[in-house]
Design a protein around this ligand. Structure first.
Ligand code: HXC
Length: 257
């Protein structure tokens, strides 16, 4: 595996670090391929119940690599389905993915964070869609996921002016689940990830699938989907174990069945 993406197993959590510090973790094919390969490994590993995607203290990712794409022509971009050809892997994994963002999450970096299931931000985090400044536009969800997260007004503001939003504004706007002191970011994120990974994996997957349905369907369709999946949870051994443990005042021992 490439050295621009590092993947490590910590207990029941798979940690992926983007590692191109010299370019503020600018995203090129090697990085995106590395992330997709790491997710493949963690998806196949029964022991892993949650994935954390992070960068370093200066940048989650400052966007797609400008040097890499600056000379592309239309045909190349179209034929290679630039750049999202395998970005979708972050979205298609059925295990939860937490983005732990410190420093810059700009352009494709902000879009990649938004593909994750939730974002935990260091108080140093800065989010933005500055593509307009480069004579281009967001191409991996910036004009679609950002308005769903923060509303049209703020999404227009960020995409049209290229300004950055700090962690507190991002939390207030609904883009970020938690703001954490920078020196605690990874510890706190890993703690939350270990907690998620300690629950029943099939239940966690059902919850993820159901929350995501809220963005793909009408309210009634979503509610019906949720109710049916909820009913199916009664087929799980982990449901019997979880409720028995509550009644017996002990910790549940989930077996992912
Ligand atoms: C390539 C990048 C880069 C990028 C930073 N670098 N961002 N290289 N692609 N997106 C490189 C710089 O060239 C520089 O390399 C090094 O990282 C450090 O960056 P500086 O600019 O010196 O740091 P600083 O002054 O602190 O400014 C930080 C910054 C600025 C505000 C984040 O780097 C910046 O504006 N970067 C571009 C952000 C951006 O426009 N992102 C959107 C990209 S388009 P050297 O070799 O000089 O040290 C996009 C489209 C996505 O993402 C479409 C679909 C996926």
């Amino acid at each position: 595996m490439s050295n621009v993406v590092i993947h490590e197993v910590h207990g029941k959590v798979g940690l992926i670090r983007i590692n191109r510090p010299e370019s503020l973790n600018a995203l090129n094919n090697e990085v995106v391929d590395g992330i997709a390969a790491a997710i493949d490994i963690f998806e196949a590993d029964e022991n892993i119940g949650c994935i954390v995607l992070t960068g370093n203290e200066k940048a989650f990712a400052a966007g797609a690599d400008i040097g890499f794409m600056k000379d592309f022509d239309y045909m190349h971009a179209y034929k290679t389905d630039f750049i999202t050809r395998n970005w979708e892997r972050i979205k298609t994994t059925r295990k939860p993915v937490i983005a732990a963002v410190a420093g810059f999450a700009l352009g494709g970096g902000c879009e990649m964070a938004m593909m994750c299931d939730m974002i935990f931000a260091a108080d140093t985090a800065r989010f933005g869609q500055p593509e307009v400044r480069l004579g281009t536009m967001p191409g991996a969800g910036g004009t679609q996921r950002l308005p769903r997260a923060v509303g049209k007004a703020k999404a227009m503001d960020l995409c049209l002016t290229a300004r950055m939003m700090d962690a507190l504004e991002a939390e207030k706007a609904g883009l970020v689940a938690r703001v954490i002191a920078a020196d605690q970011l990874l510890d706190e994120t890993m703690k939350a990830a270990q907690a998620i990974a300690g629950y029943s994996l099939p239940v966690v997957m059902m919850i993820k699938e159901s929350v995501n349905r809220a963005f793909e369907s009408s309210l009634n369709e979503g509610l019906l989907f949720e109710r049916r999946v909820f009913h199916s949870a009664f087929a799980l051994e982990d449901q019997k174990e979880g409720m028995a443990a509550f009644v017996e005042k002990r910790k549940p021992a989930f077996t992912n069945r």
